[in-house]
Ligand binder design. Structure first.
Ligand code: 3HC
Ligand code: NAI
Length: 700
């Protein structure tokens, strides 16, 4: 294997290049190579300055996450960066793509940083439940000041090259050839005898807060935001504060120790699991490796309602022209107007420029009649949830659309195979299940029909990524993965309320667990009337929900549902009237109410979802436990530091989950609570969903 780090000379400039595809992660050989070659160039009397570049699509994207948890191998990243910091000649990092985590820390160890226009720089460790562990918490605040550094470290979000230039994180933006620009910069530094800028030695940007140390807590609290109480953000706040009162060398040691402490927390393990699960989720086990996506230059969306409008926006946001198709001019006008308002609201909040709004709107064309889908390479149907209507539309699309066009349905419950069979090309038909609001929610369940072609699947995945979604491939079943599991939680939440809990107790335990909202607040947001109408049509009844709906309490849209909402507010306020409706419902059903603990609420709502997840795996509807986790993380606000339901089950222990489910099944007589066969087997064998994932990988 060729060396991952090499050195060449361009006159008096040494150019050190990292080449470790795909993202130049800092595996041991890269750390060792960097350390050795920087020292070598430093010692070479013919070298006046050193430029660090990277081959491939990006600058160093961080430590090699696959090495975490394994025995450390020398040199550590800190040792390598310390040696770079100690070089006696100007050092210039040339950044393209993304300089992330340890990658940015290496760049911070250099005297100067130049970047290409579209480069991004960041410290995303917090997203892995960690803090920067190779000087990032110390060098960044020294270089750009604490006010600017804390949000970077605590959000984990990268900054653009232009922002970095403004902040002083980057010294120059290079138009054209980056390496040539970096060499020119290095030559200039030599010619002008620029002092070596060592972030580790800088202090002036800390002066203001040092003079007013109380201001630190205020700035930190703002940067921590809603992540208060999580280990990594708290550790980051502590570590950055060391810049004020601990010598650099000591602070670096402490930072390293904190980093190592965090590595073994459940929070970090969960977040690292989520990182890799997201990347695995689009790998279709039986898909030939050379499967190519079809080209999608133009899209069409059928139905300009709640979902269709949002889906059209996703395409426009990604620069793909899209036709929005409705049945009448009036419906079309309404659909397009909603899109316009949405964009304008974003612009008003400062999230987008007026020019951007115009550009995106110009990519969305409206039309009446399916005929307008004839030039589309991908058509996404988002009309009413009626099988007859969908089949009729797909039959017509079959006749109208180009050969090879992807015909996708956004159905949330209907059988994708039946829809596919209403065309003469079921191989081109697929489900693309977006989540509401479609322009915001990241999850995209890609539903693979029994006849979906591999390249159709690959096209949906590729387009999904292009339009900034997190695609997960699932099989055909009622509710697919996410909603099927959500249903299990809903059933239990309703029962808990009849047995003795109040909506605010169930929601409280759920948000304390880490979800952004509980099932009842979610019901109010989605509208209680939706389920009520469906149940009425089926002759079913949900005593509490339907009594609320009959009283006109449809949720947020009517200002009252499970909660009361003050005008213009989305904050749920518990309502004694609702309590009365619930107590009456319990009495009507002859249920003696009892106090219900938070623990029971979590076990009763979360474990049945895990159980359903196990059934979904048994049936092959999801290919990996991690896929289910990704669905819950991106579609339903599952807290990332708990890794997703299947990962969470591993952390509490499958035996425990199995036993508690069996206990509740026995107590209630509810057969759906009986442990799934797969859960039973794994629990008996002392295994985990993670070990199952490994078994599945080996078998494929
Ligand atoms: N370590 C190991 N593998 C990594 C990696 C890393 N830091 N970053 C990415 N990879 C792998 C991915 O798992 C994926 O593998 P696969 O092809 O086998 O699935 C492959 O590289 C390509 O990754 P993506 O599919 O994510 O490629 P993209 O082009 O979409 O994105 C990226 C590139 C923006 C760099 C993205 O991969 C990313 O965000 N990486 C993680 C960056 C990160 O978190 N860095 C900090 C690490 S912690 C650290 O540095 C600690 C330090 O402070 C001591
Ligand atoms: P909606 O009722 O808001 O919009 C449907 C639109 O389709 C209407 O504007 C209607 O005029 C239009 N339409 C009907 N027949 C048409 C035809 N022949 N040609 C063109 N347009 C036609 O419905 P919504 O909520 O957008 O749902 C659409 C689909 O998305 C359904 O299949 C639903 O199950 C699914 N879905 C809905 C989610 C939600 O939260 N609302 C989430 C995920 C999927």
């Amino acid at each position: 294997m060729s060396e991952p780090v090499t050195l060449r000379r361009e006159g008096a400039i040494a150019v050190i290049t990292v080449n470790n595809p795909p993202v130049n992660a800092l595996k041991q050989a890269v750390r060792a190579g960097l350390q050795k070659l920087f020292k070598e160039a430093d010692a070479d009397a013919n070298v006046q300055a050193i430029v660090l570049t990277c081959a491939g699509r990006t600058f160093i994207a961080g430590a090699d996450i696959t090495e975490f948890g394994k025995p450390p191998m020398a040199p550590s990243l800190i040792e390598a960066i310390t040696d770079i910091d100690n070089v006696s000649k100007p050092t210039v990092a040339a950044i393209h793509g993304t300089a992330l985590g340890g990658g940015l820390e290496v760049a911070l160890g250099c005297n100067y940083r130049v970047a290409s226009k579209d480069a991004k720089l960041g410290l995303p460790e917090i997203k892995l439940g960690l803090i920067p562990g190779a000087g990032g918490t110390q060098r960044l605040p020294r270089l750009i000041g604490i006010e600017k550094a804390l949000p970077v470290i605590l959000s984990g979000n990268p900054v653009s090259a232009s922002q970095a230039l403004k902040d002083g994180l980057v010294d120059e933006i290079v138009e054209g050839d980056l390496t040539a620009g970096a060499i020119a910069f290095a030559k200039k530094a030599v010619a002008e005898k620029k002092p070596l800028k060592r972030a580790s030695k800088m202090d002036e940007k800390l002066a203001a807060i040092r003079a007013n140390p109380d201001s630190y807590n205020e700035i930190a609290a703002k940067a921590v935001g809603r992540n208060k109480g999580l280990k990594a953000p708290m550790a980051a706040v502590e570590a950055v504060k060391w810049t004020l009162d601990v010598p650099f060398e000591e602070a670096i040691k402490r930072e390293r120790n904190k980093f190592i402490e965090l590595l073994v927390t459940d929070e970090s393990k969960s977040q690292r699991h989520a990182f890799f699960a997201e990347r695995e989720a689009t790998k279709v086990l039986d898909m030939p490796a050379d499967t190519k996506a079809r080209e999608v230059k133009r899209a069409a969306v059928i139905g300009g309602g709640t979902m269709g409008g949002g889906i059209a926006m996703c395409f426009a946001n990604a620069g793909i022209p899209v036709t929005l198709i409705e049945t009448t001019d009036e419906f079309l006008k309404n659909g397009l107007a909603k899109i316009k308002t949405n964009y304008e609201n974003t612009a008003k909040r400062g999230g987008m420029s007026e020019a951007d709004v115009e550009k995106r709107l110009s990519l969305i064309e409206g039309a009446v009649g399916l005929e307008a889908a004839k030039d589309a390479d991908m058509v996404i149907e988002a009309v009413f949830e009626e099988m007859g209507l969908k089949k009729e539309i797909f039959g017509k699309l079959d006749a109208i659309t180009k050969k090879g066009a992807i015909l996708a349905t956004n159905t949330s419950t209907l059988d994708v195979n039946e829809i596919a069979n209403s065309t003469s090309r079921p191989q081109d038909v697929i489900g693309m299940h977006f989540f509401s609001p479609a322009n915001i929610m990241k999850l995209l369940e890609i539903v693979r029909g029994e006849k979906s072609a591999f390249d159709a699947l690959q096209t949906a995945i590729t387009v999904g990524r292009k339009i900034a979604k997190v695609p997960v491939v699932v099989g055909v079943c009622y509710g697919f993965v996410g909603n099927r599991m959500l249903h299990r939680r809903g059933v239990q939440a309703d029962r808990l309320v009849l047995e003795g809990a109040l909506p605010q107790e169930v929601d409280g335990a759920t948000t304390e667990f880490g979800f952004p909202m509980g099932p009842f607040a979610m019901g109010d947001l989605a509208g209680i009337d939706v389920g009520w109408r469906i149940r009425r049509a089926r002759g079913e009844r949900n005593e509490v929900a339907d009594t609320l709906a009959e009283a006109g309490r449809f949720g947020q849209k009517t200002g009252k549902g499970y909660y009361i909402y003050e005008k213009g507010s989305r904050t749920p306020i518990p309502d004694p009237e609702v309590e009365k409706i619930i107590l009456d419902a319990s009495a009507k059903k002859g249920i003696a109410r009892r106090p219900i603990s938070k623990q029971e609420i979590i076990e009763r709502t979360v474990y049945p979802m895990i159980n359903e997840g196990a059934r979904i795996l048994e049936e092959g509807i999801a290919s990996r436990p991690g896929d289910i986790d990704v669905i819950w993380l991106y579609g339903y606000g599952w807290p990332v530091w708990r890794g997703g339901p299947m990962h969470y089950a591993d952390t509490v222990g499958l035996k425990h989950v199995r036993d508690r489910l069996a206990h509740y099944a026995k107590g209630s007589g509810d057969k759906t609570l009986e442990p799934a066969k797969l859960l039973e087997r794994l629990a008996n064998e002392g295994k985990t969903f993670a070990s199952l994932a490994n078994e599945m990988k080996k078998a494929s």
